[in-house]
Structures are given as structure tokens and as C-alpha cells.
Design a protein. Structure first.
Length: 122
């Protein structure tokens, strides 16, 4: 194991950002993430989980949110069975390699207005 990151996000904060800034979703989330979240009963809860995953990944590789990694390059995807995972774009792949990692594993959970993500870099 090379690193671990954990983050918890209040879905109400993400929902507020989505309402206030029309470009927020496009700047932070990939098209596939937006499509997935908008198809859910509580989109804000799922957006919060994706945001927490991005923050947890950055922590796991030893970086902060404004460290040069494009947030849409840290993309939450789901297996056909629903298990979460990460698909990394170029800037996130570079960050993973600089941290000495070869893979990033993701765990997500949410309850009411809170979403939690854990990323393990190996």
C-alpha cells in the first residue's frame, strides 16, 4: 500500500454549489458522472459521493484539491454489479505514478446527507 485517503462530504453543500454555479458540475464532474448522478433519486447525494472520491484520491496521492489534477480526470465509475471504481485521466494517472502507485481502489458509502469515500493506492 502506498497511500490512503478518506473524505466525507455534506450533500447539501454540493447541492447548493450546483444551484449557485451553473458551471460547477461541468468543471468538477465528468459527463458520465453527471449522467449517472442525474439518473438517481437523490442526485445531490451521488454528486457528493463522487466529490468525496476525488478528494480522497488526492489525499491518497499526497495532493490537495488545487494541485494541478483536473477533477474530471478522477472519474467515479460503477461495475455492472454496482461496485464503485475509479477511471483516471491523464493528470490523475501522472499523480498516481508520482506517488509510486499502480492502482487506486475506491470504497463509497452514503447516509442521508453525508457521503464518504476511501481510496487506497497500491
Amino acid at each position: 500500500m502506498r497511500g490512503v485517503g478518506i473524505d466525507i462530504v455534506d450533500a447539501r453543500r454540493i447541492e447548493k454549489s450546483l444551484r449557485r454555479r451553473t458551471d460547477f458540475a461541468e468543471q468538477v464532474f465528468s459527463g458520465q458522472e453527471r449522467q449517472f448522478c442525474e439518473a438517481q433519486r437523490r442526485p445531490g447525494q451521488h454528486y457528493a459521493a463522487c466529490f468525496a472520491a476525488k478528494e480522497a484520491f488526492l489525499k491518497a496521492v499526497g495532493l490537495g484539491i488545487f494541485s494541478g489534477v483536473a477533477l474530471p480526470d478522477i472519474e467515479v465509475v460503477h461495475s455492472p454489479a454496482g461496485a464503485p471504481g475509479l477511471r483516471l485521466g491523464p493528470s490523475a494517472v501522472d499523480a498516481l505514478a508520482r506517488a509510486g502507485g499502480e492502482a487506486a481502489l475506491l470504497g463509497l458509502s452514503h447516509e442521508r446527507d453525508l457521503a464518504l469515500a476511501v481510496v487506497v493506492v497500491e
